[in-house]
Ligand binder design. Structure first.
Ligand code: KG4
Ligand code: ZN
Length: 343
């Protein structure tokens, strides 16, 4: 099949991402605008503001990406957009823009599942993993272990029964008085703390399955905060212990998943995959058992257009359905089961 060049648009939450991917030459351009500063004052993402900002950012980002790639719209063969899951209004901005642009250019548009984008993002790296592998997907809304045998062939091995790891980071950050976005702030605070001074549980560490539970951890942190008062050093120690508890469970279960599948490769994707301590512990533990760990480039861990363009391109190569008549759909709650059987 001849090479295909695909534009990707991501607008599911608080980042506007645009990218241009060529199946022969790789990623030719990508740009992300983070809305963090805008939402900061409110302590979290304000959906209406997010939608309005995506509208403002899409065209300038597209022009920047095309310029970076030395390309024009004439060079674009197809357009991929995040169709879900995410904030309805925010998704609609990217989806309607992508579908309208595709209609105007007479090229196909195709919807991409945000989590599949994350899942495949390590394949965009300089040294991509070969199939099959186990993927640990750790984003703000999902914590899942999957067996990945090909693009579109994903089997769920285990997942969080309550809060996702990223959500636990965000909620715990709030309990410790840290602002939005909580995960990176908590990770920064943890760097200056010492784990072990506080004792937090390692939920479901020995449950014998590959599921997770993180909501109890947040409650344990709340109890410690209430028992306070905590000075700055105390907060840092609590943050460090929390990070240690989450990463220990993630590392142990991920390697158990790799071993149960008889595989040697583990892929980590999603925002929490940017966590330095998680990477450190995972690399150490994996090396001991001969497992190789693959991460997306750091800038592709959190939301971006590159993973959407890449995933769209892979789907097109696999013969996915597209629309060319301006029709589009968003799925704010795109069910996991459909995603898994989408291949
Ligand atoms: O994948 P992502 O950008 O968006 C979703 O699809 O959810 O993940 C965002 C999540 C947030 O919960 C954020 O707090 C967390 O990833 N996160 C981190 C770090 N960077 C982002 N959590 C822990 N340590 C980090 N360094
Ligand atoms: Zn995401």
């Amino acid at each position: 099949m001849p090479g295909m060049r695909v534009l990707g648009f991501e607008s599911s939450c608080d980042e506007t991402g645009v990218a241009f991917y060529d199946t022969d030459r790789g990623l030719l351009g990508h740009a992300v605008h983070s809305q963090v500063e805008m939402h900061e004052a409110y302590g979290g993402v304000v959906p209406e503001l997010a939608s309005r900002d995506h509208i403002r950012r899409l065209v300038p980002l597209l022009l920047r990406v095309l310029a970076e790639a030395g390309a024009s719209m004439d060079d674009v063969d197809a357009i991929a957009y995040t169709a879900g899951p995410g904030l309805a209004g925010a998704l609609l901005v990217g989806a309607s823009f992508a579908a309208a642009l595709a209609l105007a250019r007479g090229i196909p548009a195709l919807p991409v599942h945000h989590l599949e984008g994350h899942l495949l993002s390590p394949l965009l790296g300089r040294d991509p993993p070969a199939f099959p592998f186990v993927a640990l997907l750790v984003s703000g809304g999902h914590t899942q272990l999957m067996r990945v045998t090909a693009v579109g062939a994903y089997e769920l091995l285990g997942e969080s029964l309550d809060d996702a790891a990223g959500e636990a980071f965000d909620k715990t950050a709030k309990l410790l008085g840290l602002g939005y976005p909580g995960g990176p702030a908590l990770a920064r605070l943890a760097e200056s703390g010492t784990p072990g001074r506080f004792k937090l549980p390692r939920p479901m560490l020995h449950s014998g399955d590959l599921d997770f539970s993180f909501s109890g951890l947040k409650t344990a942190v709340l109890t410690a905060v209430r028992a306070g008062p905590l000075d700055d050093a105390g907060r840092a120690d609590l943050a460090a212990e929390f990070q240690e508890a989450v990463t220990e469970v993630l590392v142990t279960k991920s390697l158990a998943a790799v071993s149960s599948c008889g595989m040697q490769r583990l892929v980590v994707a999603g925002g929490v995959g940017a966590n330095r301590r998680l990477r450190e512990r995972l690399d150490l533990a994996a090396a001991k058992v001969g497992v190789r760990v693959y991460y997306p480039e750091l800038e592709l861990c959190t939301d971006n257009g590159a993973m959407i363009a890449f995933c769209g391109a892979q789907r097109l190569l696999a013969g996915a359905a597209t629309s060319e008549n301006g029709a589009f759909a968003v799925r704010p709650r795109w069910p996991l089961q459909e995603f898994l059987s989408a291949g």
